[in-house]
Design a protein around this ligand. Structure first.
Ligand code: ADP
Length: 268
């Protein structure tokens, strides 16, 4: 919209309106294609996994050490592919608004502890220190347990992945009014300033992250930010290259049982 000015006065405005129906239809078609393609890929990928497992266990006959090391490579690459396909499916479900949510009463600290337990071998290997600080009055509230797990699984596994040996990771959570505030900070590689605006974009990975870890998908943060925002919360971060990163999240405390939304469960 722009004004047409005469003698310093706007005498009328010109407005240009565009019809974006076609663009929206194309977006939806693309999302549906990704959903269909990733769904179709799951079955053959599972078959590759089962048969590789059988070969590794020697169920197809004895194998040499070299053959075993090749099979290990096939197996790990297959797992990464399953992970990517599951994430793509989650993204398409989020974009189409068909993620199922079945809220239960949960409290954040046990969820974090459970995720940290899973990450314990990697934490020990990298000699990382983890500090957890929770307010004594952390409330129970309604939230889909699987989605809550995804939030902390993503943030904590990123903190572990992008923090060099001997680093420190801090988890803080406290309620304030009608919200729960939480933060996860690390003393890791940080996010380059010029790439920070793109960090929540689908498939985006910063250059320094690609260098330290070649296996990421760049979908995790997009997925969890969408989940958090869908419940009325928010997620942001502060980061300094070489010093570390802190993600700050706000989740509204759902005191009443929200309605169950039908659709497909997210895949983890
Ligand atoms: P992935 O970790 O699989 O690449 P994510 O969507 O979880 O995908 O993260 C997107 C990008 O954000 C990462 O590739 C990395 O560049 C950056 N990032 C996320 N968390 C951190 C962190 N704790 N420290 C440094 N960079 C991070």
């Amino acid at each position: 919209m722009s004004p047409v000015v005469e003698n310093g006065k706007a005498i009328f405005f010109t407005v240009i309106a565009g019809d974006i129906t076609k663009r929206k239809e194309i977006d939806l078609a693309k999302t549906e294609f990704v959903s269909l393609a990733s769904h179709q890929l799951r079955t053959p990928l599972s078959a590759i996994r089962w048969y590789t497992e059988m070969l590794k266990k020697g169920m197809g006959g004895s194998i040499t050490d070299t053959q075993k090391s090749y099979l290990d490579e096939v197996y790990n690459a297959n797992l990464r592919m399953i992970d990517l396909v599951n994430s793509l499916l989650n993204v398409s479900r989020i974009d189409m608004g068909t993620v199922q949510s079945e809220p239960e009463r949960i409290c954040i600290p046990p969820v974090v502890k459970n995720v940290l337990g899973e990450l314990a071998p990697r934490i020990a290997e990298k000699k990382l220190t983890v500090r957890e600080t929770y307010a004594p009055d952390m409330p129970e509230h309604w939230f889909d347990p699987q989605q809550m797990r995804m939030i902390f699984q993503n943030l904590l596994s990123n903190a572990v992945k992008y923090t060099p040996e001997g680093g420190i990771i801090k988890v803080v959570a406290h309620p304030e009014g009608e919200n729960i505030f939480f933060s996860i900070s690390d003393s890791g590689i940080g996010i380059p300033k010029e790439q920070q605006p793109q960090i929540f974009n689908k498939l985006f990975r910063a250059d320094n992250a690609r260098e330290v870890d070649t296996t990421g998908t760049g979908l995790g943060l997009y997925i969890i930010k969408s989940i958090i925002e869908k419940t009325g919360g928010s997620l942001r971060f502060e980061s300094e290259i070489g010093k570390g990163t802190t993600f700050y999240g706000i989740l509204p405390i759902q005191r009443e049982r929200p309605a169950v939304t039908t659709g497909s469960k997210p895949l983890v």
